[in-house]
Design a protein around this ligand. Structure first.
Ligand code: ADP
Length: 366
């Protein structure tokens, strides 16, 4: 089957130029063009708004207005197709202006031959197709993320109700029968309660993870030192309980989602307090700024992490073996990673096992 013809709308108020461009198109080898031509800005806008063409060739000068204005107006009216600006003279400013307005290319009349025109049209159409496919994919991704969040929300709600019933009955069992049956029974009841608590923590963390995507709070200047201090205040009971010393150094400001950055500090400092060695935890939080990127470091004097675990701990449910006694769901670092990546940053750990860990994350200054 021969390839479908390419539908071209040519908007040019100069009859000679019409003839010239048509001539070039008809001499292109292999491709067939169906050319509609209009001679005024208003007619051009009317036809472009209909979206019936594969490509728009727009003259730069259209009476008192320009082809770039026409493209801008047509875009505002929903015209999505690719456009090429045709101009009488080469000019870098005009080039920039055309690209900013969303033109795929600009060609200088009189210096354009059939091959150049054909190639420019082919590239413009291909690029528009790729862009449209990308847009479709990202819309699909947004939809599936929203579905996932809804699913997580429903599941967590639905799971939580029977869990509350179970937890209520096990607590009742404990209240009424602790010490009345035998030691084994007490142990079983304790284990059942722990299981319920763990499931509850898992549901809460899973939901927090799923909801990150839908979180659309505006990005604002966030003073990292202040966000760190808030996290420290939230963790005060655990800090007092472990005799920890947490130091927040002065840090720069980044443009970010304040709630999410607070969550990252809470998770990282919380981990530094949880995963501790025999000494009281000493946690130091500081940041440096270079070339528009801020690198934050949270260092501790805990047990450290062996190199083979350093990458996988950022995945969901991944915990280092031997740490089972420490409460947790294995979701905290996955949440940190997702937040940092949503801010176009990255997160990693540096550790000297036995001497502590440093969790570092980088964020653009914004
Ligand atoms: P959780 O804290 O619920 O276990 P995380 O995703 O926050 O889950 O952490 C994953 C694992 O990484 C932890 O279980 C622990 O083994 C290891 N880890 C995290 N932070 C530290 C730390 N500061 N020191 C040592 N190990 C850590």
């Amino acid at each position: 089957m021969p390839p479908a013809p390419i539908r071209v709308l040519l908007v040019d108020d100069d009859e000679d130029d019409h003839i010239l461009t048509r001539g070039l198109l008809s001499s292109v080898h292999g491709a067939r063009y169906l050319v509609d031509q209009v001679g005024t800005w208003d007619e051009g806008l009317e036809r472009m708004a209909k979206g019936e063409h594969d490509i728009y060739l727009l003259d730069y000068r259209l009476g008192p207005r320009s082809g770039i204005e026409l493209l801008t107006e047509a875009r505002a009216r929903g015209c999505r197709g690719p456009a090429i600006i045709l101009t009488g003279l080469a000019d870098r400013d005009l080039d920039m202006e055309a690209m900013t307005a969303g033109a795929s290319d600009y060609l200088v009349k009189g210096r354009t031959d059939a091959m150049l025109l054909e190639r420019s049209i082919r590239y413009a159409i291909e690029r528009a197709r790729t862009l449209q496919a990308l847009e479709r994919q990202s819309a699909e991704l947004a939809r599936s993320n929203a579905e996932l969040e809804q699913f997580a929300s429903i599941v967590s709600h639905d799971l939580r109700s029977p869990l509350q019933v179970i937890s209520g009955y096990v607590e009742l069992l404990q209240l009424r029968y602790r010490g009345r049956l035998d030691d084994r029974a007490d142990e079983i009841i304790d284990k059942a309660l722990k299981g319920v608590e763990r499931l509850d923590a898992l549901i809460t963390d899973l939901l927090a993870f799923a909801r990150l995507e839908a979180e659309s709070r505006p990005r604002v200047p966030v003073d990292l030192a202040a966000a760190c201090e808030v996290a420290v205040a939230d963790l005060r009971p655990l800090i007092d309980q472990t005799g920890a010393v947490v130091t927040c150094e002065p840090m720069p400001t980044v443009v970010a989602n304040e709630v999410q950055i607070g969550q990252v500090f809470r998770n990282l400092i919380g981990n530094a307090l949880k995963f501790r060695g025999s000494e009281s935890p000493r946690v130091q939080v500081g940041a440096v700024e270079a070339n528009g990127v801020v690198t934050v470091r949270v260092s501790d004097n805990g047990p450290g992490i062996l190199p083979r675990h350093q990458e996988r701990i950022f995945k969901m449910f991944q915990r280092v073996p031997g740490m089972e006694g420490v409460p947790g769901t294995g979701i905290g670092l996955a949440i940190c990673k997702k937040i940092v990546e949503r801010h176009d940053g990255q997160i990693w750990v540096e550790s000297d096992p036995g001497r502590g860990s440093t969790f570092a994350f980088q964020l653009p200054k914004g």
